[in-house]
Design a protein around this ligand. Sequence first.
Ligand code: NAD
Ligand code: DAU
Length: 350
Amino acid sequence: MKILVTGGAGFIGSSFVRYLLGAREDAEIVNLDLLTYAGNLRNIEEVAANPRYRFVRGDIADRVQLREVFEEHQFDAVVNFAAETHVDRSILDSAPFVRTNIEGTRCLLEEARRYKVERFIQISTDEVYGSLGSTGSFREDTPLDPTSPYSASKAAADLMVLAYVKTHRVPALVTRCSNNYGPYQFPEKLIPVLITNAMENRPLPIYGDGMNVREWIFADEHSRAVLMALERGNPGEVYNVGSGHEKTNLEVVHEILRLMDKPESLIQFVKDRPAHDRRYSIDCSKIRREWAWSPEIDFCTGLAATIEWYRTHQDWIREIKNTSYLSYYDQMYTRRDETLAGTASSKEED
Ligand code: NAD
Ligand code: DAU
């Protein structure tokens, strides 16, 4: 089976590339990734020499380049991980989110249609469902209600995928997973921010009151579900993926400090994210029932393994936490404060 994986130099895409090459001896992968700030060839260096693996630097929103890649390889399937993924960045500048997440997905669908691929897996997110109160869980038929430019762009892409199934009979399906964590996650997302800052005894920023709830899944468990989607999923359907491990952000930070033996005084409450979703919770009974998929890694074990990975990969962190990373953080807090005060100009006016 020849598979186009997009965004395979990112956090979850690289987990999937490693997992698929190990799990299926007949799988050949072309990894198409633009290598934005979030893409990193070091994430996939352990498979770089595998004869069943090839890397192509490219943009999913570039139709000409996509056509060349599809023309050269007769893909059986496409798994689309490529995206702009950080909510805070989407608040500062939504343009790359519209381009990559919506237009990029549309371009891929067009090529998948033209070259008649047998499966198209759209990697989506539970954020498309919006925010929950203290009870209930998202089901696959929960109405879409995105609140950030990021989640709105992912919801738009999902609708585009499902429309291509109906209109053009592209054999596509959508997976929607909860918050991932694990090795190789870019230190802009909560868990790697907390771990890498704690390693340097720097403040651990907690938005608002820290009582927002996320459902945490180890990324390799997500990859296992994506392979099942590829092999067993039905076109036109949506599949939720989750772990059941719901935690408040305060519970997460306390657990990290305990595992790292660091003081609670490192916690620093900062201004809240605008339209900060209060709680996510996923009902994934469909894939438990239909694919016998179930999560195997409990949160504490996964978190300890993740901390150990960051502790033993200081060079990986150092390369990322460079000047442009730090200036992004300065800019993010300033611009977010301006946004909250209603004084921010939009990036497009700048
Ligand atoms: P990431 O930000 O770590 O990686 C994204 C990758 O996409 C990077 O390698 C980047 O270079 C690449 N990319 C960006 N724009 C591109 C373009 N135009 N063309 C080609 N490549 C491009 O993201 P992640 O956390 O690994 O998320 C992967 C996917 O999973 C995304 O679609 C995301 O929406 C979804 N998802 C993420 C989570 C999570 O908790 N991180 C949860 C559920 C779903
Ligand atoms: O639910 C799946 C989604 O999870 C994915 O689709 C997104 O790509 C991914 O970024 C993630 O979105 P979140 O907004 O939930 O993740 P993030 O790590 O940015 O934040 C998790 C929680 O922690 C959220 O309540 C905001 C809070 N937070 C985040 C950061 C970065 C903090 O309190 N402090 C921080 O420094």
